[in-house]
Design a protein around this ligand. Structure first.
Ligand code: SF4
Length: 259
């Protein structure tokens, strides 16, 4: 009896293995589903690259519409800008501003932040996502600024990136906004606009950053980051881009633009 049950089990296992194999074969043969996003990316790749004259035209229009674009993160000095950018990871600028207004009134230098202490800092920023980790980082970076940089925000990318909680994007924002360097910080908005328009397509923020730096004439680089962020935030929206009011809709290569 036991022998019969065993051979039945072996039989069942073989049948299961065979049906799995044939299922795998069938799915391997299936043609790739052509989703709209994938199709759009494909035709974007095939689209003509922007000419230097077109890039210049686009940024001339951005400049004309908003000659002095400003970042929306509130700050009082390079240090508070650095802290605000560190807090803004995966949070909105408006949410960060709400928390930092009161915080920066009592702690606008690394030493004052240390005097405030991690626990009280947490209270100020508890409405910002990941606030526990961010509070730790802000205290640690303030300590490092005091011990290694004479309480000043350093002016090189490598030094800023060495601070707890600060990455390449943070360094680019601080270098650009506090020190007037021609850097391109790529956040979610800049990444989307760089890809959609075809200005600087890339699979990673770094690819888009380097692509934008390559195509944008230097005369526009000081403000280019803000023009692209604001364009992504208020016009080229993620779900429903407002192509009908877009300043560069005739130049944009996005196959799904609505004009
Ligand atoms: S035309 Fe539409 S998709 Fe292209 S940049 Fe403007 S808003 Fe974005």
């Amino acid at each position: 009896m036991a022998k019969i049950i065993r051979s039945q089990r072996i039989k069942n296992a073989r049948v299961q293995a065979l049906s799995k194999k044939s299922a795998a074969k069938t799915s391997a043969k299936k043609p790739a589903v052509k989703t709209p996003a994938r199709a759009a990316r494909k035709s974007l790749k095939a689209a003509k690259r922007w000419t230097p004259a077109e890039v210049r035209e686009a940024f001339t229009r951005f400049r004309k519409a908003n000659p002095e674009p400003k970042g929306e993160l509130e700050h009082l000095n390079p240090y508070t800008l650095l802290v605000a950018v560190v807090l803004s990871a995966q949070a909105t600028d408006a949410g960060v501003n709400k928390a930092t207004r009161a915080l920066f009134a009592v702690a606008d230098t690394p030493q004052k932040m240390l005097d405030l202490g991690e626990e009280r800092l947490r209270d100020y920023i508890k409405t910002v996502g990941l606030y526990r980790t961010k509070a730790k980082n802000v205290i640690a970076l303030s300590e490092k600024l005091i011990t290694e940089f004479g309480s000043e925000v350093p002016r090189t990318r490598a030094e800023i990136e060495s601070l707890p909680g600060a990455g390449r994007k943070t360094a680019n924002v601080v270098l650009n906004m506090a020190f007037g360097e021609y850097t391109m910080a790529v956040d979610t908005h800049v990444f989307r606009v760089g890809n959609r328009t075809g200005l600087a397509p890339g699979n990673t923020p770094l690819e888009v950053e380097l692509g934008l730096e390559k195509v944008i004439p230097s005369e526009f680089m000081l403000h280019a980051h803000h023009w692209l962020i604001l364009h992504g935030r208020y016009t080229c929206l993620a779900r429903t881009p407002r192509c009908e009011v877009c300043l560069i809709n005739d130049l944009c290569r996005w196959p799904e633009k609505t004009v």
